[in-house]
Design a protein. Structure first.
Length: 321
């Protein structure tokens, strides 16, 4: 079969190579899945760089979520068992972690409903306890993770403020349903948030960026607000001033979605049921900005790493709908 493989760590566009390789063999409790669509995530770039919390042995295939078909004909969402990642014709995955692909979504959309939307749902509801009528500030609102948070925030009845970089991404954020869009390149985030909230600030901040985004968040978070730390796409991990959190009465809340698979898998399945209902009702729909052929996977991962993409880029090895 064909698979993109990484033999040394570095930038995705430099180290990913498309090769012919053997089809992976399922182990105990695993199944073989034919890949129909593989969603590109920022962790794929971190895997290539050797900077992810999981470091598979070299060589490995990146790709952390797919929509595919099992040998017995089930259309499923799967998180491939590394080192055999999703940018390949076939993957192996744990049977217990398979989720049914929503009928309302095509293969590319279904692949993009998994980790990003699970992260958004657990973050907003389980960790930050977002309430109807509250103000949600979403950094990188036009990106894959941010766009999911925008849709889920609107579904929860929140007022959503999206932060983006540039007019093209601002247009995408407005189409997603943001009540207000702030272009961080030309506008003062803190001033704009305070003006939009009558000086109160944002009740919940969804931050997959870190760095300066986090620093700005601490200046415009509301009394008893919650800053939800999801990731560090900027490459800069903030060092919170806990005295500041004490003085302003806000919480800094972390989310590592993968832990729920190990510690509370029933919650993951319940979340998927809720996301499927929202997809069936048309309330959420993954923003798939590009569908690329297998040959374009390395370039796609590099663009996500560089922060130049919007929504989700999905790789289609073949047979996708």
């Amino acid at each position: 079969m064909q698979a993109w493989r990484v033999h040394r760590n570095g930038e995705p566009g430099e180290v990913m190579r498309l090769e012919e390789t053997d089809r992976p063999t399922p182990g105990d409790g695993q199944v073989l899945v034919e890949v129909r669509a593989a969603n590109v995530n920022f962790p794929d770039a971190l895997l290539c760089r050797g900077q992810y919390q999981v470091r598979p042995p070299l060589p490995f295939t990146p790709g952390v979520e797919v929509c595919g078909v099992t040998e017995d004909g089930r259309r499923v969402l799967a998180t491939p068992a590394l080192p055999h990642g999703g940018f390949a014709d076939h993957v192996v995955a744990d049977e217990a972690a398979l989720l049914p692909a929503p009928d309302a979504l095509d293969d590319a959309e279904a692949a993009a409903l998994h980790i990003g939307y699970q992260t958004g749902w657990f973050g907003l509801h389980r960790r930050a306890n977002l309430q109807p009528g509250e103000t949600l500030l979403v950094h990188a609102a036009a990106g894959g993770v941010g766009s999911a948070a925008v849709q889920l925030g609107k579904a929860a009845g929140a007022k959503v403020i999206g932060v983006v970089g540039g007019p093209e991404k601002a247009a995408v954020a407005r189409e997603l349903g943001c009540d207000l869009v702030i272009d961080r390149r030309t506008e003062d985030i803190v001033a704009a948030v305070k003006e939009a909230t009558g000086g109160r600030g944002a009740d919940v901040v969804y931050d997959p960026v870190g760095g300066d985004a986090y620093a700005k968040s601490t200046k415009c978070v509301a009394f008893e607000g919650r800053i939800l730390v999801v990731g560090f796409a900027s490459g800069v991990i903030p060092t919170p001033g806990l005295n500041h959190a004490l003085v302003k009465n806000y919480s800094v809340v972390g989310l590592h979605w993968g832990l729920y698979n190990a510690k509370d898998p029933a919650a993951v399945r319940a979340c998927h049921d809720e996301l499927t209902k929202l997809a069936d009702q048309g309330i959420v729909k993954p923003l798939v900005s590009e569908r690329v052929a297998m040959a374009g996977a390395a370039d796609a991962v590099q663009r996500v790493a560089d922060g130049t993409s919007t929504g989700r880029i999905v790789v289609l090895p073949g047979g996708a709908r």
